[in-house]
Write a protein that binds this ligand. Structure first.
Ligand SMILES: NC(=O)c1ccc[n+]([C@@H]2O[C@H](COP(=O)([O-])OP(=O)(O)OC[C@H]3O[C@@H](n4cnc5c(N)ncnc54)[C@H](O)[C@@H]3O)[C@@H](O)[C@H]2O)c1
Length: 341
């Protein structure tokens, strides 16, 4: 039985708790949060964006800590989920790896590429696994789409557009998402999901060209990026948290291949369709669960030494930060930013 600790018990901490709980060979035995009232406050917590907010947590058999060092030294843990605000990812991951514990750290990997490199070095120094929670690579429809593209059945991709829209996160501890120094802002926090998926599908773009809008009195709230490859394919993504709260949350994509169009929109029914050049549109069978539960099950298999495909590597997680940095540079300069020179 894997003994699991979770550090940072906000929206994503609770999400990880439920995913771990669903596995037969793992048990959450420790939770660490800076909030000394975390047990009581969890019952009245708010929803996040995707996946709802099941706040019913059974804390029996779970040791509660407010000091991460103490949890590492006393918890006798196999692995930790790091579901802390982004500015704490690099330091906390290195601390856990040095203590001999496997780490599943939420996305984005860190605030910048230098911190990602330090995390990669810490993982290499330990003999432990570090995985970054890029859940979209594991999201059933997104995973199936990669499989369909890679199979070549419908020919090459001609164009692809991705969208991820919602209102600014309102659930967070100390409103940390709104502080660019701690979250990296909307581009690093939200839009990175699509940037990372674009990288997953098509590899590193040669360059990016981005435009972004500022919320009155706030930071950047909406971005549109073109990922430039060395052929004529058009790949774009839009992301924003400037939508009115009553809008809710929407993630979607349209992918045009030579012999089919693949569409997904989490707000539609059916959400997922393959529209072949000939014949009727159909919804392919996808894996059960969601991206969170599948990524955590994958990590659990990995740390138990099972043979699993490399769906996300640390270098790819670092490269998505590199692309985001280029997108920010392009917004700042009004010019295209090169990634491959
Ligand atoms: N994969 C996804 O779809 C997804 C969705 C939302 C958030 N995230 C990521 O998950 C991470 C956490 O986001 P969240 O929405 O859960 O934030 P949150 O504000 O809801 O939760 C953060 C928790 O960390 C605690 N905390 C803060 N500083 C601490 C410290 N030094 N030690 C211990 N606990 C501390 C806070 O008290 C709070 O309970 C972020 O990196 C975010 O980008 C990922």
């Amino acid at each position: 039985m894997l003994k699991i600790g979770i550090v940072g018990f906000g929206f994503m901490g609770r999400m990880h708790y439920h995913c771990w709980k669903a596995l037969v060979d793992a048990q959450v035995t420790a939770v660490c949060d800076a909030n000394p009232n975390i047990v009581e406050d969890t019952q009245k917590a708010q929803a996040g964006n995707i996946g709802g907010a099941d706040t019913e947590i059974d804390f029996s058999g779970v040791d509660i800590y407010s000091d991460f060092d103490k949890m590492l030294s006393q918890g006798n843990l196999d692995a930790v989920s790091i579901t802390l605000p982004t500015f704490l990812h690099a330091e906390t991951s290195a601390q856990a790896l040095a203590a001999g514990v496997h780490v599943l750290c939420e996305k984005p990997m860190a605030l910048n590429v230098a911190d990602c490199d330090a995390m990669i070095a810490a993982a290499q120094k330990s003999d432990k696994v570090l995985q970054i929670g890029h859940c979209i690579r594991f999201w059933p429809e997104y995973a199936k789409t990669k499989e369909l593209i890679d199979s070549g059945e419908f020919g090459p991709v001609i164009a692809a557009s991705f969208e991820r829209l919602g209102s600014a996160p309102a659930w967070a501890w100390d409103n940390w998402f709104m502080d660019e120094q701690r979250s990296g802002g909307m581009i690093l926090d939200l839009h990175i999901h699509d940037t990372d998926y674009v990288e997953h599908l098509f590899g590193m773009p040669a360059a990016v060209s981005s435009f972004a809008a500022k919320h009155p009195g706030g930071g950047l709230c909406h971005i549109a990026t073109q990922y430039i490859y060395d052929d004529s394919r058009v790949v774009t993504a839009q992301g924003g948290w400037g939508m009115a709260p009553s809008f809710g949350f929407e993630m979607s994509f349209n992918i045009v291949l030579e012999k089919a169009t693949i569409v997904y929109d989490c707000t539609r029914d059916p959400a997922f369709r393959v529209c072949p050049a000939e014949g009727e549109a159909f919804t392919p069978q996808v894996a059960p669960g969601d991206g969170y539960s599948r990524e955590i099950a994958h990590f659990a298999e990995l740390i138990q030494g099972k043979d699993v495909p490399a769906i996300t590597t640390l270098e790819q997680s670092r490269d998505s930060i590199k692309i985001i940095e280029a997108e920010k540079e392009s917004v700042r300069t009004g010019q295209k930013a090169n990634l491959i020179v």
